[in-house]
Design a protein around this ligand. Structure first.
Ligand SMILES: NC(=O)c1ccc[n+]([C@@H]2O[C@H](COP(=O)([O-])OP(=O)(O)OC[C@H]3O[C@@H](n4cnc5c(N)ncnc54)[C@H](OP(=O)(O)O)[C@@H]3O)[C@@H](O)[C@H]2O)c1
Length: 279
């Protein structure tokens, strides 16, 4: 088992009335529904929902799950403007595009309601932000940035997990997965400073999901934390670091890990290559 600090640091080298109601609902869903109009889900295939699937790791996950024949509910803040995702959906008709901002409860609830009768085997909390780096430097903290980072990286996954819990409960695989980061490791904090808000937000979501695993264990729902490695994405670039793998390589590794998750091994932070990362 490899346990090098480099493998889980983001940037170690460089530091890193019913009818009316229905009409209102239809109007709210209109842009996403048009994007998803061509989608043809297959009730016999498993279903995954991914947040932040318009680029980076989320897009890689959508592509790899689609290649495996899954139904993919690919959510993004602005799916109509997501050219790469729209092209992918044109290639794989089992991809449905939906509008979802993880900081906006109403947008989450609209999607949850639309799929009320659809079992979702795997929900993946992928959406994440780094937050302005200059605001998370000791001596020039700007805690407004902290609030924004927490809203996306910590509270967002809790909102999404709660909203789609019944869909997961109704599924065969019953998995809620959060894309975390080795940068949320408290063990690593002994060795590397900086990136306060991002790292705190990931440590906090690790705790939230660990608690959720305890709450849901008796129901057979698996709550997992998977780290994607150092991936060539916008987020990595804005950290000042460089990725060593592509989003698709990371996605393939994570899908493998997610596939192997069970109630027996879910209480860990697992890297895309199978390495167990220290808390
Ligand atoms: N890259 C790495 O090496 C690395 C390492 C460890 C962990 N991670 C984690 O991996 C996940 C994906 O990151 P990435 O590297 O693929 O970064 P990325 O390319 O910057 O993509 C981030 C994604 O999150 C979405 N997003 C941001 N705010 C959102 C919101 N409020 N609601 C819904 N979606 C939102 C973005 O959508 P917009 O285009 O609309 O902004 C985008 O789709 C994150 O959780 C990140 O912390 C990445």
């Amino acid at each position: 088992m490899r346990r090098t600090l480099q493998s889980f640091s983001l940037n170690l080298a460089g530091r890193l009335g019913a009818f009316a109601c229905a009409l209102v609902m239809m109007a709210a869903l209109a842009p996403a529904a048009s994007a998803a109009a061509a989608s043809q889900s297959d009730a016999s295939a498993p279903t995954v929902l991914i947040t932040g699937s318009n680029r980076g790791i989320g897009l890689g996950l959508a592509r790899q799950y689609a290649k495996l024949g899954w139904n993919v509910i690919a959510t993004a803040r602005h799916p109509d403007a997501a050219e790469d995702l729209k092209n992918l959906a044109a290639e794989y008709p089992r991809i449905s595009l939906e509008t979802l901002d993880v900081t906006d409860q109403a947008s989450i609830d609209v999607v949850a309601e639309k799929y009320r009768d659809t079992p979702i085997d795997v929900v993946i909390n992928n959406a994440g932000i780094l937050g302005k780096l200059e605001d998370q430097v000791l001596g020039s903290f700007n805690h407004e940035t902290f609030e924004k980072v927490l809203a996306v990286n910590t509270i967002g996954p809790m909102r999404v997990a709660e909203a789609f819990l019944d869909h997961v409960r109704a599924s065969d695989q019953k998995k809620i997965i959060t894309v975390t980061s080795g940068f949320g490791s408290i063990a690593l904090a002994k060795h590397v400073g900086g990136f306060y808000y991002y790292r705190i937000s990931k440590a906090a979501v690790n705790m939230a999901m660990s608690i959720m695993q305890s709450d849901l264990r008796k129901e057979g729902v698996i709550v997992g934390l998977v780290s994607p490695g150092r991936v060539q994405t916008e987020l990595m670039k804005s950290s000042g670091g460089s990725g060593t793998i592509t989003p698709d390589e990371s996605a393939l590794g994570m899908i493998d890990i997610i596939e192997g998750l069970s109630l027996e091994n879910s209480s860990a932070m697992i890297n895309y290559d199978g390495e167990i990362l220290p808390w």
